[in-house]
Design a protein. Structure first.
Length: 160
């Protein structure tokens, strides 16, 4: 009984000691500022970040979002097939058919650079793939931490 009485007194003291009046300092300040400060247009310019520009070329395992050819990889194969001219020597020699493999760098703006032929089947097949890849439209660049980055990408092309 004494215990309940003490708890009741403590609660009464807690709730009765609260100050419910609001002082002038606690009122929103923007109302006073509107009356005293004239409106001004402030031009905000974004300066370059203090971080150095990231020019590292990442491989596909180190990035968050892979680069994409506009329309998807199927459209890339259609583009290559449409523009690739098979050398006459390969058409004559059926045993020389196979794959041509290229590495390329997709830049931050989606353009292609540093096209390197890793393996070709001869007769100028690698040079032809390099020519066709340089005709390619800009890709959607790779992303890492929300920023576009340079990316190394490999493309195989099989001559049938």
């Amino acid at each position: 009984m004494k215990r309940n009485f003490l708890i009741a007194i403590i609660f009464l003291q807690l709730f009765s000691c609260q100050n419910k009046s609001v002082s002038v300092a606690d009122k929103p300040a923007y109302k006073n500022i509107e009356k005293t400060v004239p409106e001004q247009t402030i031009k905000v310019e974004k300066y370059r970040d203090s971080k150095p520009e990231d020019n590292e070329v990442y491989n596909t395992a180190a990035i968050d979002i892979l680069p994409k050819y506009p329309g998807g990889i199927e459209k890339l194969h259609v583009f290559i097939k449409k523009n690739y001219v098979i050398p006459e020597e390969i058409l004559d020699d059926e045993s020389s058919r196979g794959g041509v493999f290229a590495n390329l760098t997709i830049e931050k703006d989606g353009s292609l650079s540093e096209v390197k032929i890793l393996r070709d089947i001869g007769y100028g097949s690698g040079k032809e793939l390099e020519r066709v890849l340089k005709l390619s439209p800009n890709w959607i660049p790779a992303m890492k931490d929300g920023n576009p980055v340079r990316c190394l990408y490999s493309i195989p092309y099989y001559i049938k």
